[in-house]
Design a protein around this ligand. Structure first.
Ligand SMILES: NC(=O)c1ccc[n+]([C@@H]2O[C@H](COP(=O)([O-])OP(=O)(O)OC[C@H]3O[C@@H](n4cnc5c(N)ncnc54)[C@H](OP(=O)(O)O)[C@@H]3O)[C@@H](O)[C@H]2O)c1
Length: 327
C-alpha cells in the first residue's frame, strides 16, 4: 500500500490506516477475538498505521493492540494513541505529572518502551495556547516516553493554533465529504509546515457507507444513539455533526457518485486520500470485511474532477449550513 511520511514524525505510514475506537467501547460490543481479527485483517491488507486512545474502553483498545503487536514485530507498524480524557476536561489537568502517568499506562497497555506518537485528545481550547503544556510534551519526548506528539482537534481554529507550534508532528481532524472546512486553511497550513494530517471519522460514523435508512436504529450502548445531540462528547464526533435525516438524504446522493466497482464507503475514503495535505485516513471497522474493503481503497484510481465538483456541490446544498460555521 502507498506510504506517506507522517509529518514531523518522519515515519512512513499507510495512506489508509485503521481507527480502533470500535475495539474499545461506544459502538456496541466487539468481542476480543473479533477485535484481533480486525487488526490482523487490516495489517494483512497493508495497513501500517493504527489509531487508538487511552480511554477507548478504558484501555481495552490499547491492550488489544498490545497483544496484536507482539505477533507483528518488525513489520514497521506505527501506533498513535491519545491522552487527556482520563480526568475532567479542565486545562489545569494537563500537567507534566499527569502526562507521565498516562503515557506510562499507555506504554504498559501497548507493551512498548516508547510510544510512536501521543496526541492531545481534543482538549479544552485554552490548552492549545499554553506554553507549559507544549513544554511538558517536549519533556515526554526528551524522556523517551514518546517518539513524537501531535494533537487531535475539534475545530479548524484549534488545528491552526497547533500547527504553529514547532514540536507538533501531526494533526488529527474530522475530514470527509460531509466536512469540507479543513480544506480551506488547515490542509494548506499543515502541508506548508510539514505537519501530518490524520483524517478521522472519514465515513461520518458510517453514514457515508450509504447502508442506513431513516429507520435504522443503533444500540443503546452506541454513541450514534446517545451522542446525537452532543450530550456525551462533542456533537461533531457523531455523524460528523450532521443531523441523521439530512445525513441519510445526503448519503443517498453521495452513493450515486461511486465509480463502477467501488462502494460508497470506498468512494468517500478515496476522496479523502486524494486531498492535498492528507497523510492518512483512519476508518473505524467493526469486522475484518470492513477493514479489508477500506484498505482496498488505496489501490483505486483517483476520482475525476467532475466527481470532486459534485461532492462540493452536494456539501454546499445540503450540509454546509449545518457544519461549516461550527467546526
Ligand atoms: N476525538 C478523537 O480523537 C476521535 C473521535 C472519533 C474518532 N476518532 C478516531 O477515528 C477513527 C474513525 O472514526 P469513527 O470510527 O468514529 O468513524 P468512521 O470511521 O467514520 O465510521 C466507522 C463506522 O463506519 C462503518 N464502516 C466502516 N467501514 C465500512 C465499510 N467498508 N462498509 C460499510 N460500513 C463501514 C461501520 O459502521 P457499523 O458499526 O454500523 O458497521 C463503522 O463502525 C476512530 O476509530 C478513532 O480511532 C478519534
Amino acid at each position: 500500500m502507498e506510504q506517506r511520511v507522517l509529518g514531523r514524525t518522519g515515519r512512513p505510514v499507510s495512506v489508509v490506516g485503521l481507527g480502533t475506537w470500535q475495539l474499545g467501547a461506544d459502538w456496541g460490543v466487539v468481542l476480543e477475538d473479533d477485535a484481533l481479527a480486525v487488526l490482523d485483517a487490516a495489517a494483512d491488507a497493508g495497513v501500517t498505521f493504527f489509531d487508538t486512545a487511552d480511554v477507548y474502553g478504558d484501555g481495552r483498545s490499547e491492550q488489544l493492540i498490545g497483544r496484536f503487536l507482539k505477533s507483528r514485530q518488525n513489520e514497521g507498524l506505527t501506533v498513535a494513541t491519545k491522552l487527556g480524557r482520563r480526568l475532567p476536561q479542565l486545562p489545569e489537568n494537563y500537567t507534566l505529572a499527569n502526562f507521565r502517568e498516562w503515557t506510562d499506562r499507555s506504554r504498559r497497555n501497548l507493551g512498548v518502551d516508547r510510544l510512536d506518537l501521543v496526541q492531545l485528545h481534543c482538549p479544552p481550547t485554552p490548552v492549545y495556547s499554553s506554553d507549559e503544556v507544549f513544554d511538558a510534551l517536549d519533556t515526554l519526548v526528551e524522556e523517551g516516553r514518546t517518539a513524537a506528539y501531535g494533537v487531535s482537534v475539534e475545530t479548524c481554529a484549534e488545528a491552526l493554533t497547533a500547527i504553529a507550534r514547532p514540536g507538533v508532528a501531526s494533526v488529527q481532524i474530522i475530514l470527509n465529504p460531509f466536512r469540507l472546512k479543513p480544506l480551506d486553511e488547515v490542509l494548506p497550513a499543515a502541508e506548508k509546515a510539514g505537519v501530518g494530517i490524520i483524517a478521522r471519522v472519514p465515513l461520518a460514523s458510517g453514514l457515508l457507507s450509504g447502508k442506513y435508512t431513516k429507520d435504522t436504529l443503533f444500540g443503546t450502548d452506541d454513541h450514534r444513539t446517545y451522542n446525537r445531540d452532543g450530550s456525551a462528547f462533542d456533537q461533531g464526533e457523531t455523524f460528523s455533526g450532521v443531523d441523521f435525516e439530512t445525513g441519510i438524504e445526503a448519503a443517498d446522493e453521495f452513493a450515486r457518485l461511486a465509480p463502477p466497482g467501488a462502494t460508497s464507503a470506498q468512494t468517500a475514503l478515496r476522496w479523502i486520500v486524494q486531498q492535498p495535505g492528507v497523510t492518512t485516513v483512519i476508518p473505524g471497522a467493526r469486522n475484518p470485511e470492513q477493514a479489508r474493503a477500506n484498505a482496498e481503497t488505496a489501490a483505486l484510481s483517483p476520482l475525476p474532477p467532475q466527481t470532486l465538483a459534485a461532492v462540493r456541490d452536494l456539501y454546499d446544498r445540503k450540509l454546509r449550513a449545518q457544519v461549516h460555521p461550527r467546526w
